[in-house]
Design a protein around this ligand. Sequence first.
Ligand code: ADP
Ligand code: MG
Length: 348
Amino acid sequence: MKIICLTTSPKENAKLEEIAKSKGHEFRFIDPRKVYMYISEHERGYDRFYYGEDGDAPERINAAQVDCVIPRIGSNTDYASSILRFLVENMGIYCPNNPWGHIFASNKAFTLQKLSSSKIKVPRTIVAESPTHVKWAVEKLGIPIIIKTTHGSKGKTVAICDSKASANSLFEFCFNAGLKVIMEEFIEAGGTDYRVWVVGDRVAVSMKRTAREKGEFKANISQGGKGEKVTLSKEDEELCIKAAHGIGLNVAGVDLMKDTKTGTSYIIEINANPGTRIIDITGHNPFNDIIEYCEKNHKTKLSPNGTTAMVSDLLVDGEFMGKVGEMFRQNQIFKNHMGEVLKDYLNK
Ligand SMILES: Nc1ncnc2c1ncn2[C@@H]1O[C@H](COP(=O)(O)OP(=O)(O)O)[C@@H](O)[C@H]1O
Ligand SMILES: [Mg+2]
């Protein structure tokens, strides 16, 4: 295959390049900041993209020069995600993920909303645009309470409040600082959670993460958490697969928490661009699974129509959507969600 990887950080994805080349594929990093979308006519073949690294004029890249695009784009890269949509929807290039899935995953409120509509257990969450009824919200969810920004990663913008007063003041602070936040019920898991790499219809690798010290609730490796390779129960694996597919992703890092007392599993968030530290920690390189998945599936080109492509894509890969009746229901849900996504974009 001729593979391009859309990313601003080739270094972070060196192991993807290594594995792709070792399997005999052509591989190239494409920095989304250097891409020019050339939008002309809707028909495939007329839209094209140009890549300007150096020199006077950027080079033209045809769809025929690319068999597969692997996105490794972060949560705050609006331009990168519109390029991904362009490559898939306008130019018809295969991507293991639905580009819209990256938008759902980049916003924790969208993610939880979508997961809940797919009947997946998530922490009870209140999304609010106004600080008027914080006291009511805190009473509903209980203390301690988790407050996190809708966009964020590596545990950097996730906070815990131990009293109603601190929850109230933090929420007001965020509101007045113009931050979009959500409030979540606290899941008591002893500072542990699980990072689960879903690739296609299976789990490639899972790691249990434990916070760096007793009393710390964030288990992110970038917050000093320690990771170890684990094998999840079949039910938990299925939950993670269903969650990833539920937002349109075949490749994702799903965060799962298990309540220490009840053993209940919750999906906390889904990462469309999961970090690569799991490779050294577990000794398993999930990029290998991704390349194999693309080898098998890259001939299934998507139609330029995003909605149809997304729904049929999920029908192929999402087990739980493998019923005809379900297709129509999901189609409607996606249309509604996409309406919201577009509204959000237009308001920016
Ligand atoms: N509702 C919650 N209850 C308890 N701990 C939580 C909750 N939500 C998140 N955490 C902890 O905080 C970490 C970061 O939260 P997460 O939502 O995954 O944000 P990020 O995108 O920054 O990783 C999680 O890995 C988990 O350890
Ligand atoms: Mg996380």
